[in-house]
Design a protein around this ligand. Structure first.
Ligand code: GLY
Ligand code: MN
Ligand code: MN
Length: 455
């Protein structure tokens, strides 16, 4: 199911076919990020670079020069080094890169400053994503300056810098059949993890204990890490959109909101479920929950090819506003509340974003000024929420509704017929959640460690 060398080559060819004649594209890989002293964060390759190469070593560079006689696809990567590899693991090295990655040529990164000016010279345009890696931008300007110094001798300095993302991110927006398979797998693993969290949850646990249960399933199924820091917010913590402390004790009468998804072979899942710590919703909790659930379902019903990107959000907002008015939490005419966005006090975020190699994936949401239409192969989240913090902004509201945050988030693939909800395996109907939480927890999804083969 994994993406092959030929697939990566096809992507590079697709990108080059979109580039204008006489141009070159530069796609730098990521560099390691320091956590403290000599410890690095777990390395994660740049998503654009990975999409085009499948190569996950740090500090590399891909150059695409369509039509170049002596090779169109050039990679710069670290050289083999026995001593360094003993510490940090095996390197591919330029010698093997042409064979293993299917590029036309490969050079050591240490030669980049010597070679790049020659490769850029006489190319009229450079496609690049400026502002992503400031150190790389400075280097690029130094290469351009190097060419400019030699203009009197006939060197031609590239005249235009163009935004690479307009081409590359348009390709990334449409997921191939193999990408869809990987995203189904990421969603499946994530679903197993959310079901486990529901089943093991008990009053008195730490939020971080639920995070541990989620991460256990992610990594047991081969995901190397979550796609973003897990949010496990009990009670009022659920009202903090990016809550990641995860240190509080879960209380019997509270809900807990879990927003967590794994990254599987570089593809993200992004799922939120909110459920009662005790296994039983209170009346007020269920009233609010039902509004969010209906908003989630109304939004998913708008995920159809040909419909416009903001249609799910508009459907969700209408359901939320109607629900909050019915409960007396908002006052006024529905259309007026929507027009002046009064609902944002309880629902400050949008309902959807693209999903893919990045959790907030790339791709334009509008074409010129209009929302773009859904097309088969696009993947987005549907994640309406209601948040009623217990602060001075809500002091006038009935106490039973305060200190509650609810979000229900699914991942949706647009298909030719309509859509496929990739995260359907995690219950979201209150009765289903309560039934699952009432079942004794059996480690059904335990992954058997592989036995070592006998020597
Ligand atoms: N987990 C981030 C988001 O839902 O957008
Ligand atoms: Mn999320
Ligand atoms: Mn999301």
């Amino acid at each position: 199911m994994s993406i092959s060398t030929a697939d990566y080559k096809k992507r590079r060819n697709q990108l080059m076919s979109m580039m204008s004649p006489g141009s070159v594209a530069l796609i730098p890989g990521a560099s390691p990020a320091r956590r403290n002293r000599d410890i690095q964060y777990l390395f994660r390759q740049d998503s654009d670079f990975f999409y085009l190469t499948g190569f996950s070593e740090p500090d590399a560079l891909l150059l695409l020069a369509p039509g170049r006689e002596h090779g169109q696809e050039i990679l710069f990567c670290a050289e083999r080094d026995v001593q360094a590899e003993r510490w940090d693991g095996e390197r591919l090295g330029p010698e093997r890169a042409t064979q293993n990655l299917g590029v036309d040529d490969a050079f050591p990164v240490t030669d980049m400053d010597d070679i790049l000016p020659g490769l850029l010279e006489s190319r009229a345009r450079i496609y690049v994503t400026l502002g992503e890696y400031p150190d790389f931008d400075s280097r690029l300007l130094a290469w351009v300056a190097d060419i400019r110094k030699r203009e009197a001798g006939g060197a031609q300095t590239p005249g235009e810098f163009l935004e690479l993302k307009h081409l590359l991110h348009e390709l990334r927006l449409f997921k191939s059949a193999k990408e869809q398979q990987l995203m189904r797998k990421a969603a499946k693993i994530t679903s197993i993890a959310h079901r486990r969290a529901m089943q093991v949850c008990e009053p008195g646990m730490l939020e971080s204990q639920l995070e541990a249960e989620l991460t256990y399933e992610f990594m047991s199924h081969g995901a190397r890490s979550p796609a973003y820091p897990c949010i496990v917010g009990g009670g009022e913590n659920a009202c903090v959109m990016h809550y990641v402390d995860n240190t509080a004790v879960l209380k019997k009468n509270d809900l807990v909101l879990i927003d967590a998804g794994c990254e599987y072979q570089h593809y993200a899942a992004d799922v939120t479920r909110t459920f009662p710590v005790s296994g039983k919703f209170s009346g007020a909790q269920q009233k609010l929950y039902d509004i969010v659930l209906r908003a989630n379902e109304a939004a998913i019903s708008q995920c159809l090819p040909g419909n416009y990107f903001n249609a799910p959000h508009e459907a969700a907002v209408r359901v939320i506003v109607e629900g909050l008015v019915a409960l007396g939490l908002l006052e006024g005419a529905i259309d007026e509340i929507i027009a002046v966005q009064d609902y944002k006090a309880f629902c400050p975020h949008k309902t959807s974003h693209w999903l893919g190699i990045d959790v907030h994936d790339v791709g334009d949401y509008r074409i010129d000024t209009s929302w773009r239409d859904f097309e088969p192969g696009m993947v987005l989240t549907i994640e309406p929420g209601i948040y009623i913090p217990r602060d001075e902004t809500t002091a006038h509201l009935p106490d039973r509704y305060r200190g509650i945050g609810i979000r229900i988030e699914d991942d949706v693939l647009i298909t030719r017929q309509g859509c496929e909800v990739l995260t359907d395996d995690v219950p979201k109907q209150p009765a289903e959640i309560e039934a699952l939480m009432a079942e004794p927890f059996i480690q059904a999804s335990r992954v058997q460690p592989r036995r070592r083969s006998a020597r």
